[in-house]
Design a protein around this ligand. Structure first.
Ligand SMILES: [Zn+2]
Length: 169
């Protein structure tokens, strides 16, 4: 990395620190020629391909803005939205692709949003998946309900076997 002050072609890393969320590394560097120090931040590249074909860096803020409307009037705080955006970013990074389109990002939002608030999820899904009839909503609600019942049954089964091992009052 070139020194930003004197353009010397080399620099020395004097300190490396991983950010709290583990998604980036800050490096303090020193130029061996002018001895000045500077910081670089290294992150895995993650960009969004827009409909126009242009790319822009992935932004958690845009995720939050994208779901905020669906969460209007729901018991969802700004902190909840920040956690959701973080989960979406982690899922997208885990997918391993460096470039994502709006469809893939929408898909990555659905799961965490459903865990957060089912009404907001249905609102978001209705726009994202272009629901255009009551039947589309009914189908989505049927899937949600069936999956919730399956999850309840699984929880009940787990609780049942746990209580055999260690009965509680
Ligand atoms: Zn320098």
């Amino acid at each position: 990395m070139h020194c930003p002050f004197c353009r010397h072609a080399d620099s020395r890393v004097v300190d490396s620190r991983t950010s709290d969320d583990g998604l980036s590394i800050r490096r303090r560097r020193q130029c061996p020629q002018c001895n000045r120090r500077f910081t670089t931040i290294e992150t895995a590249s993650l960009s969004v391909v827009k409909r126009s074909g242009a790319t822009e860096p992935f932004s958690r803020e845009k995720i939050v803005n994208g779901v905020r409307k669906a969460c209007q009037g729901r018991p969802v705080s700004d902190d909840d939205l920040a956690v959701l955006a973080q989960r979406v970013e982690e899922n997208l990074r885990a997918s391993g692709s460096a470039e994502l389109d709006a469809y893939e990002i929408g898909l990555a939002i659905l799961g965490p949003l459903r865990d957060l608030d089912e009404v907001a999820y249905l609102r978001f899904a209705s726009v994202y998946q272009a629901f255009n009839s009551l039947e589309d909503f009914e189908a989505a609600i049927t899937v949600l309900r069936a999956e919730n019942e399956a999850a309840d049954a699984a929880r009940a089964a787990t609780a049942g076997s746990a209580s055999e091992d260690a009965p509680t009052a």
